[in-house]
Design a protein around this ligand. Structure first.
Ligand code: AP5
Length: 226
């Protein structure tokens, strides 16, 4: 590639508060675009289940609704990203130092981001979504007891696996996660705005309408950067 050119591919960051629908949309769009979904929370929960040193270190932060320290996350995510040229980063970066580390990594790989998708929602909706969420811990697929229930209670339609309530979806922990978002992650909105990468999506719409809005915004960004 000559200077100024970049590798083709869908490279997105999904940014937004807990419960905004990042994981739901990342699963749909990974399926339709061929990009790989790299979900920080799912990777951390896998480390916890496997009782790796990283998982054990992350555990207390996650249970308290706190962010895991940047150095652990950056090392983990570098290993996950390298080797892919199309990806949806679901839950990373979440702080300005993480965003700066991602910029440096992608510049070195010659793989610039296409867009950072900001999921805009209302706070009361987030609490309702998270406290009703059911998760397949093995695959990361989520349901909602009211708006998107599985066919058989407690069982994933896809693989028949058990559906559980995440420990950090208790109302008091959700409230702490929202404080953490406001104090550490919201700063990425002006950060990526200044980089000209931010696209805002109304994430209060139904799932298919949110998907269509993201696809439309990404098409526009791709036309803009090519
Ligand atoms: P993580 O697992 O990433 O949690 P999160 O960002 O808080 O996001 P969620 O998974 O809670 O929400 P979501 O936006 O994906 O919503 P979903 O699609 O499931 O992180 C967990 C923890 O790991 C963190 O607290 C932290 O400790 C640690 N961590 C992770 N990344 C880190 C990082 N980079 N740095 C440091 N620490 C990190 O949807 C929610 C519910 O709503 C579902 O039930 C779904 O069915 C429903 N729903 C979705 N869309 C809609 C819709 N449009 N309408 C109606 N219902 C909907």
């Amino acid at each position: 590639m000559t200077p100024g050119e970049h590798a083709p591919g869908v490279r997105l960051v999904f940014l937004g508060p807990p419960g905004a629908g990042k994981g739901t949309q990342a699963q749909v769009l990974a399926g339709t675009s061929g990009a790989v979904q790299i979900a920080t929370g799912d990777i951390l929960r896998r480390h916890r289940r496997d009782r790796t040193p990283l998982g054990l270190e992350a555990q207390s932060f996650m249970d308290a609704g706190k962010l895991v320290p940047d150095d652990l996350i950056v090392r983990m995510m570098e290993a996950e990203i390298v080797g892919h040229d199309s990806f949806i980063l679901d839950g990373f970066p979440r702080t300005v130092p993480q965003a700066e580390a991602l910029d440096a990594l992608l510049a070195g790989l010659g793989l610039p981001l296409v867009a950072v998708v900001l999921f805009e929602t209302d706070r009361a909706e987030l609490m309702a979504r998270l406290t009703g969420r059911l998760t397949n811990e093995r695959t990361g697929r989520t349901y909602h007891v009211v708006t998107d229930p599985p066919k058989v209670a407690g069982v994933d339609d896809d693989d028949g696996g058990p559906l559980v309530t995440r420990p950090d979806d208790r109302p008091e922990t959700v409230a702490k996660r929202l404080v953490e978002y406001d104090s550490l992650t919201a700063a990425l909105v002006p950060y990526y705005g200044a980089h000209g990468l931010l696209v805002r999506i109304d994430a209060m719409q139904a799932v298919p309408a949110v998907t269509a809005a993201i696809e439309d915004a990404v098409r526009r960004r791709e036309a803009h950067v090519s």
